[in-house]
Structures are given as structure tokens and as C-alpha cells.
Design a protein around this ligand. Sequence first.
Ligand SMILES: Nc1nc2c(ncn2[C@@H]2O[C@H](COP(=O)(O)OP(=O)(O)OP(=O)(O)O)[C@@H](O)[C@H]2O)c(=O)[nH]1
Ligand SMILES: [Mg+2]
Ligand SMILES: [Zn+2]
Length: 313
Amino acid sequence: MTADTPFEAEVIATFGRRVRVRDDAGGEHDARPRGRKLVIACGDRVRCERDPRHEEVHATAVLPRRTALWRSNLRGGAELVVANITHLVAVIAPRPEPDLFMIDRYFAAAASSGIAAVLVANKADLGHDAAMLETLAAFEAIGASTIACAAAVESGGRVGELHALLKAATAVLVGQSGVGKSSIVNALVPGADIATAELVRQTDEGRHTTTAARLYDLAGGGRLIDSPGVRDFSPAIDHLEPGTLGYADIAWLAPRCRFLDCRHMQEPDCAIVAAARTGELAPRRYESYRRMRRLHEQLSDARGPGKRPRAGR
Ligand SMILES: Nc1nc2c(ncn2[C@@H]2O[C@H](COP(=O)(O)OP(=O)(O)OP(=O)(O)O)[C@@H](O)[C@H]2O)c(=O)[nH]1
Ligand SMILES: [Mg+2]
Ligand SMILES: [Zn+2]
């Protein structure tokens, strides 16, 4: 390969508009996207060219994505979070207090893009109470894999179970700040040495220590992307499965509704409403679905007329 031969590479970190890429021979380069319209995230495969004058690497195109996680901004627009992941690993802990509705929305986005869902309950050493165990069981019931661990205090142990699960995966760790995402990477990737920080004592909130997404290689295969903690997550509406919004348990029951295009809000003979009454569908999940439906409408309105959601991924 001569200096000006275009090459393909994987995006392994993003810092605003700057990215770090790794070519197929393992060489790493700082790069910038050519043109404002080129959207790139960690996990993307890109075509690169060297700028002969400035010794700069430009990403000129994104190769087709197998999967993508998109979030919505306040104006209803879609923002790419990570690309080409096989697993979304949501992390919760006794502290900070879990936001299960946010986990629902992450898993809805994952399901809509064919990404497997994993729920990790970290900080087991602080004690996982009955509510935490119920939470794990409830998410197992809707198809997620679940693992309880204590990243900061164990060498191996249950963190090893996560390692085994991710052997052939490209996974992203997501969740609130301070749940221990970077601590999990540190436990699984010797030498990663990512900075972590204690919670704010008065509020039990995280300090938003990680500020950029970055991909790490696991020993024995598998890759793990650490990402900045979030206060909230709303899936991008264009990338949500339109009928069920990516809620697996709703999708299982929906064939029983009277209308094929039932939105499961107040339509007659809705099997979802009936199942939430009997408890066959967890009432918390139905409440969550209703919130997601309303959020979907708000985000769609925020875009203004003529910009209704498009179907598809
Ligand atoms: N007791 C206990 N503390 C933990 C465990 N895992 C992580 N912590 C602590 O939780 C705090 C936050 O951990 P981080 O790994 O920085 O959390 P994060 O999710 O990466 O946070 P952001 O980067 O801000 O999103 C640190 O003080 C860790 O030492 C655990 O298993 N048990
Ligand atoms: Mg972190
Ligand atoms: Zn229905």
C-alpha cells in the first residue's frame, strides 16, 4: 500500500468531529470526516484517504452498517450513538438508583435494530435487594440476558460470565453515569486503565467521568465499547419498529388484538390492554409502552408538519 492508496478502517473512538480509526493491519490514525454530512460513530467501518499536503487522514465514506443504535434529539432528529454492534449491555446498580424506563427505551431501540439485549446489575457487593432480583427476572422474561456482578471488587467471578457472553460480540456498555461501565471494562481488559470516579456523596449521582465512546478488544475475541453515562435516552423515532415500538412483550401479544394496526392505547378489543389488566403483561411495561408512544408523538410533532416518521431501520 503506497501512502496515497485509499484504505478501509474501523472507528475505535470519537471525540466530537474527530475520530480515531484502526486499519486492517492494526495501524491507528487520527482522522476527520470529509464533509459535514458524513455521520460516523464508534464501530463504523469507513473508507479513508490520506491528504497528501497535510498528512491528514480523511474518512470519505461509511461502509454499510449491519446494525446501528440511534437516539433522538429534542427536535426529533436522529443521532447515531454506535454502529455495527451485536449486543447492547445496559448497566444498573443499587446506586445510582436505576431508571428502568430508560432501560426499556434502550432495549426497544436495540430490538428494532436486531441488537441483542443484556442487562448487567453491577455493585453486587452493595447488596442486590428483592426489587433488583425482580428487575433481572422481568428483563429475562422479555428476552434479555442478565448478569449480576461486582466489577470493582472481583477479579473474574461474575464479571467473567459477561466476558464469556461477549466472546464473539461487539458490545456497547450504556447506562447512567456512575453505574460502573468503565469499571467493567477495566475488569475485563487488562491494562485498559480507564478513569473512574466516585459518586457525588449527597445525591448518589455519577460525575460523567467518561466523555467519549471508545472500543476495547477483549482477550480471546469480542470487543466492548465504553460510552459516556447518560441522564436519559430516547430512541430515534425513524428507527423504531412502528407497530410495537420495539417492545418484545407487546409484539408477542399483538397478534391477538382485533385490529392489525392497533396502537394498544384505547382501541377496542386490544389484547395488550387486557393482558396488562390480568398481569400477563407486566403493568410497569405497559405504562412504559404508553410513555414511549406519547414520547414518539411529541418527537414527531417537534419535527413539524411534513416530517412524519419514516418506517424502517
Ligand atoms: N461498590 C462497588 N463500587 C463500584 C463497582 N463498580 C464500580 N464501582 C464504583 O462506582 C463508581 C463509578 O464507576 P465508573 O466505572 O466510573 O462508572 P461509569 O458508569 O463508567 O460512569 P461514567 O463514565 O460517568 O458514565 C466508581 O467509584 C467505581 O469504583 C462495584 O462493583 N462495587
Ligand atoms: Mg465511565
Ligand atoms: Zn392492541
